[in-house]
Ligand binder design. Structure first.
Ligand code: SAH
Length: 347
């Protein structure tokens, strides 16, 4: 089987190039062809001898994703993509054109096994982990398709990044490489349902990404209703890892709180949450839950959302309400993928 060259870093490529009787310098040259020029064949690498291009072609594969669907919002230009991976798995990525730059929402797994009750990505369970090349592939395919630069990335598509730690860490290394795309890690947000050992491992790498924790409840009892992971780790344990991340990296942690009517959106919940975060350097992002057909959760009312925000603000907590993008094409995260999977089985 050919080696997946897009997932390799320069150190690994150097070792390979030497083994193939080339100078080390060849590695950086090939890396730049792949990640700066975005070559999709070795044939394009014209400053490399024809003979060696042939060798490369026999040894390695340059991974590209196939676009299955592309939906473009008429309201704000948000684009949703369904890609097919090798082996047939489908994944979903989104491009959001914000004023501060184009942001891509990347999937880290095909499906997910965390089981959050309100989330569509988890309905059919986990299919498989994505490789670093498949995460980069989403970025490269969208830049190519739009002919625009992406300036920010959020790992908030399908999947739990810390359930695929090594590949996600490699993706972050590759996308920020000075000989490659050079995306600043500061422009990357990694969102997790809260696996403390993953948070600590990321803190050890000292990557200055923004960590976003999906909290969704101020107490363990409420959190257990929404997220099975709450049966494994308490909020206290999870937050301890978050504060450690902050100490190690100096990066303020974000907390996501999806408001579900009648489940986690009362005055009492808001007060408890405010007390939990009082005086902490953090940011809370309130997300009106996006109803998923298969689940019977309802979005909180506008009044409940505003009341919730007001209480947090009284405690001087940084709080924002997430703006809804691409309302006209916006099934909840993972829904377009589910629909497409159904269509493909029927059709
Ligand atoms: N596995 C990661 C990334 C998932 S998606 C995580 O759990 O953080 C990014 C965010 O969207 C998470 O906070 C997730 O809980 C939230 N989310 C998923 N489905 C949602 C829905 N239907 N409505 C509102 N928020 C949702």
């Amino acid at each position: 089987m050919k080696k997946d060259i897009l997932s390799m870093n320069i150190t690994e490529l150097e070792a390979d190039m030497e083994e193939l009787g080339q100078s080390k310098f060849r590695a950086t040259q090939v890396f730049r062809w792949l990640h700066v020029d975005r070559a999709e064949t070795f044939e394009e690498m014209t400053n490399i001898s024809k003979d060696f291009r042939k060798v490369l072609d026999e040894e390695y594969e340059i991974y590209t994703l196939e676009i299955v669907k592309r939906l473009i919002s008429k309201i704000d230009g948000t684009r949703k993509y369904i890609f097919r991976l090798k082996g047939g798995s489908l994944i979903e990525s989104v491009m959001m054109p914000y004023d501060h730059g184009n942001t891509i929402c990347i999937s880290t797994q095909s499906g997910c096994r965390m089981g959050c009750r309100f989330c569509a990505s988890t309905i059919n369970g986990l299919e498989r982990n994505l490789t670093p090349a498949e995460m980069l592939g989403q970025f490269y395919a969208i830049e190519k398709d739009t002919n625009e630069k992406l300036t920010n990335a959020v790992l908030m598509g399908s999947g739990e990044p810390f359930d695929n730690f090594d590949n996600v860490a490699r993706f972050l290394e590759l996308i920020s490489d000075n000989n490659g795309t050079k995306l600043s890690k500061r422009n990357v947000t990694l969102s997790t349902c809260g696996l403390p050992e993953g948070i600590r491992k990321l803190a050890e790498l000292k990557y200055p990404v923004t960590l976003a924790l999906s909290l969704h409840a101020p107490d363990d009892e409420t959190r257990k209703k929404l997220m099975p992971i709450a049966n494994k780790y308490t909020i206290d344990e999870t937050l301890a890892a978050c504060w450690e991340f902050f100490e190690r990296t100096g990066r303020r942690v974000s907390f996501e709180y999806s408001l579900v009517s009648g489940v986690n959106d009362s005055k009492e919940h808001a007060k408890k949450l405010a007390e939990l975060f009082y005086g902490k350097n953090c940011h809370i992002n309130l997300i009106p839950v996006n109803p998923v057909d298969e689940r019977d959760y309802q979005q909180s009312t506008k009044e409940a959302i505003e009341r919730f925000r007001g209480i947090l603000e009284k405690y001087r907590i940084n709080v924002t309400i997430r703006r809804e993008m691409g309302r006209d094409i916006n099934g909840a995260c993972g829904q377009l993928r589910n629909e497409t999977m159904k269509e493909e089985t029927i059709g």
